[in-house]
Ligand binder design. Structure first.
Ligand SMILES: [Zn+2]
Length: 451
């Protein structure tokens, strides 16, 4: 007998959509089709779409050490309600996750609070080369490389350290995700803009022009090609950066890239309308770059969409001096409604949405076949979606600790109705269900093919 039968829905995968029932046993998908037999629990999905739960490879739940901004409880509640069943959390917490001991300590703190499954990255620093293997042995999802300065002010490693980390990652079969910005040049431009007396929100954009990203992507890709590791470019934001990714791929480099929902939906007009709330690293760009990212999605040169969910306190976000303002804003709970709205507008196919938010992210970090699909044997992580339901996005209804969103008042068409994690409901109609039951996701290590 099945544990659960999800009946009457339309199951969506990157390959297409099919009207079929879904059978769940022991938290996994065991059958897809018609007349699947008896089940202990019935879920009526008539009129709804059944999507694999979303995987957000880029969240900052700020736990431990920065829990005035968010913690793993509030962050993962926002994820569950928003249809995101797996998150990969960034290592620039306090202390930064630079050793196996700190990785383990973070795991112990966050695991009991997690409402969704989670992976934890380690960070590459100037002097932690010896710890990378130990973090991998603990279960690190991969490693984050900060080439440009951002929250936490973790110093950027030099190119020799970067290359050594890439070689280690190749040996371990793990992915390195890069924040690709040339730090020395952006610091120079910041000093010049400050000296010129600029304090307005747009100065942030001017301190980080497109070539800063393109240069860092080129450099990282060149080193990765030699080292043989999988290089993932986080929050790719420019036409020039995307060109460098496409070039590197054509040369045989193992490279993937991610676009942020913020970079896809906001352009530089937001500096005037929203001020420092939309400060982000890399910055919200002029419309020509937004256009280039959508072209990259259409051309399938962009591999996944993430949020860079980056909460801060209300006090921090009210800062009016651009040089003291904080980077990033929340987004994990609004990702799916905003993307479904793009589907309703005809800008994105539902199958593409699944590819970019489930199958793609799982493949990049080696979380498939357990995560990212509803194929037989996969974890029964799914979200029931009503593509017709409309809502107005309001911070008051979001579950982050400080729910200030640049999408306040935006109309959404398409909403998650209920979210299931390994065959159990974790959220329904905008509220969390049950106790936290999220588990660690470990990567399946993908090694370089040896000659
Ligand atoms: Zn980030």
């Amino acid at each position: 007998m099945l544990d659960m039968l999800v009946s009457g829905g339309t199951i969506v995968s990157p390959r297409g959509r099919v009207r079929a029932d879904l059978g769940v046993k022991n938290g996994r998908v065991v059958s897809v089709g018609e007349d699947l037999g008896e089940a202990r629990e019935h879920v009526d999905a008539a009129g709804l779409h059944v999507l694999p739960g979303l995987i957000d490879v880029h969240v900052h739940f700020r736990d431990p050490g920065m829990t005035a901004k968010e913690d793993f409880g509030s962050g993962s509640t926002a994820a569950a309600v928003g249809g995101v069943t797996t998150v990969f959390d960034m290592p620039n917490t306090d202390p930064p996750v630079s050793t196996a001991e700190r990785w383990r300590a973070k795991y112990e703190v966050v695991a009991p609070k997690a409402r969704v499954d989670f992976g934890l990255y380690g960070v590459v620093t100037q002097d932690n080369g010896a710890e990378l293997t130990a973090m991998a042995d603990e279960g690190a999802m991969g490693f984050k490389l900060f080439m440009g300065q951002t929250t936490g002010d973790n110093p950027c490693p030099d190119d020799g350290v970067i290359f050594a980390a890439f070689r280690t990652a190749a040996t371990l079969g793990l992915t390195i995700g890069a924040h690709a910005e040339n730090n020395a040049v952006l610091q120079l431009l910041k000093r010049e803009l400050r000296a010129a007396g600029r304090t307005d929100p747009r100065a942030h954009l001017e301190s980080r022009p497109a070539f800063i990203e393109a240069e860092a992507v080129s450099r990282a890709a060149t080193l990765a090609a030699a080292a043989g590791n999988h290089l993932h470019i986080h929050h790719l934001s420019t036409r020039e950066g995307l060109q460098r990714v496409v070039q590197a791929r054509a040369l045989g480099t193992r490279i993937s890239c991610e676009a942020l929902i913020g970079h896809l939906l906001l352009d530089d007009a937001a500096y005037e309308s929203q001020g420092n709330l939309v400060q982000l690293n890399p910055p919200i760009r002029p419309a020509e770059h937004v256009q280039a990212l959508w072209e990259g999605i259409a051309a399938r040169t962009i591999d996944c969409i993430a949020t860079d969910h980056a909460p801060h306190t209300g006090e921090e976000q009210a800062c009016t001096d651009v040089w003291s303002a904080v980077g990033g804003f929340i987004g994990v709970e609004t990702l799916l409604p905003l993307l479904l709205t793009q589907v309703a507008a005809g800008r994105l196919e539902l199958e593409q949405l699944v590819q970019l938010t489930s199958a793609g992210p799982a493949a990049i970090y080696g979380a498939s076949p357990q995560k990212g699909s509803l194929d037989l044997g996969a974890d029964a992580d799914f979200v029931l979606v009503d593509t017709q339901r409309t809502a107005v996005i309001s911070g008051q209804q979001l579950h982050s600790a400080h729910p200030v969103t640049p999408y306040e008042g935006w109309q959404a068409t398409g909403m998650p109705v209920a979210t299931y994690l390994r065959g159990q409901c974790v959220a329904r109609d905008g509220v969390p269900v049950g106790d936290p039951r999220g588990r660690l996701v470990k990567p399946r290590r993908v090694h370089r093919a040896t000659a």
